[in-house]
Design a protein around this ligand. Structure first.
Ligand code: HEC
Ligand SMILES: [Cu+2]
Length: 352
């Protein structure tokens, strides 16, 4: 069968995603949000649970690679050594039955190998799940929505979306973040490869996980459980702040929105349209829960969970019709006129 260029491309894509799934989110994230220094590689862990998983995965891969080489090598040797030759008389080779030694060997050795793998894996899972909670730990609730992440800091009174801000943890003063995962609709899965393994966010269920990033920076992740049309644009950013900076971020997020009289026209558009039914802005009557909290919209790097960079131009496109940037997303086209759009953008730009 001859494959066209397109066929070849999609075949390569399938193989690549089958064998290197971690490479998928990185390219998707880069394509959608422009420059990003984040790498999404499980082999470059930078957080305690991710390191534990990395160690066990290296061990498992090494053992499996050994088995592959031995089995593949024997197979290749047999194929070549006992291949059909011109002088063969065509008779069957001698058949060997009931060799206790061979049968014992190929029963006991695999059982031992599997047993070792089970024990090591179970130990790692237990270590990650039963980790003690140090005093400085931060609590965050992450709620998966079709197709964005709601992020709440119950103790700090902060609500934001798609970007999880956490402090860096250092060995002398550990500050891990403990996450409670929920879902508002269907099953999602929280996955930031450099920070921890995947944990599902399931409706009516509290799942727990934790991360302990050891280097400041931006870490990229993705929803890892197919959840509908825009599953691929349900990207996650974890922003790990150096010591002291996280407190500044918290302080800024707790500020009420500034009341700028210059943008009154835009505020009027916002509060006279159904925006208020889906979006919340602190200290105003907008308290919708269906869409992301907009109190500090402009402090975020992306719009629509990584669908576009958060620039005034893209914001205007989003408000003209969100379906242009994120087809199928659950914010409808609000059918606003050009002047309304200008006013509205000016107002939203004050939500820093
Ligand atoms: C029916 C509910 C609904 C209405 C009405 C609505 N939105 Fe949205 N909005 C959403 C949802 C859902 C999202 C998240 C979409 C996604 O990322 O998939 C969203 C996303 C946004 C975002 C991007 C936020 C972010 O952090 O990514 C902005 C800005 C926004 N809406 C502004 C508005 C404005 C302004 C109006 C009124 C003109 C409005 N919305 C009306 C549901 C709504
Ligand atoms: Cu998903």
């Amino acid at each position: 069968m001859k494959l066209g260029l397109l066929g070849q491309k999609s075949l390569l894509w399938t193989l690549r995603t089958a064998f290197f799934p971690w490479a998928l989110t990185s390219s998707a994230a880069r394509a959608d949000t422009g420059a990003s220094n984040g790498i999404t590689n499980i082999f470059k862990p930078l957080s305690t649970p991710a390191e534990a998983i990395y160690e066990v995965s290296v061990l498992v891969l090494t053992i499996c690679a050994g088995i592959f080489l031995i089995v593949g090598g024997l197979l290749a040797y047999t194929l070549i050594r006992f291949r059909r030759r011109p002088e063969d008389d065509g008779r069957e080779p001698p058949q060997v039955y009931g060799s206790n030694q061979i049968e014992l060997a190929w029963t006991v050795i695999p059982i031992l190998i599997v047993f070792v793998l089970i024990l090591v894996t179970a130990r790692t899972i237990a270590d990650v799940q039963n980790a003690a909670r140090p005093a400085g730990a931060l609590d965050v609730t992450v709620v998966g929505h079709q197709w964005w992440w709601e992020i709440r800091y119950p103790e700090l009174g902060i609500v934001t979306a798609n970007e999880l801000h956490v402090p860096v943890s250092d060995p002398t003063k550990r500050r891990p973040t403990f996450l409670k995962l929920e879902s508002a609709d269907v099953a999602h899965s929280f996955w930031v490869p450099q920070l921890a393994g995947k944990t599902d966010a399931i409706p009516n269920r509290d799942n727990r996980m934790w991360i302990e990033p050891k280097q400041p920076g931006t870490y990229l992740g993705n929803c890892a459980e197919y959840c509908g049309t825009q599953h691929a644009r349900m990207l996650l950013r974890v922003i790990v702040h150096p010591p002291g900076e996280f407190e500044q971020w918290v302080e800024a997020q707790r500020q009420p929105p500034v009341d700028d009289s210059q943008v009154q026209a835009g505020r009027n558009v916002f509060f006279s349209t159904s925006c208020v039914n889906c979006h919340a802005i602190n200290g105003t009557r907008a308290d919708g829960k269906f869409g992301p909290d907009l109190t500090h919209l402009m402090s975020r790097e992306t719009l629509g969970s990584g669908a576009a960079p958060n620039t005034p131009e893209k914001l205007r496109v989003w408000l003209r019709d969100p379906q242009l940037l994120k087809e199928g997303c659950l914010m409808p086209n609000m059918q606003l006129a050009d002047t309304e759009l200008d006013h509205l953008v000016a107002y939203l730009l004050t939500l820093k």
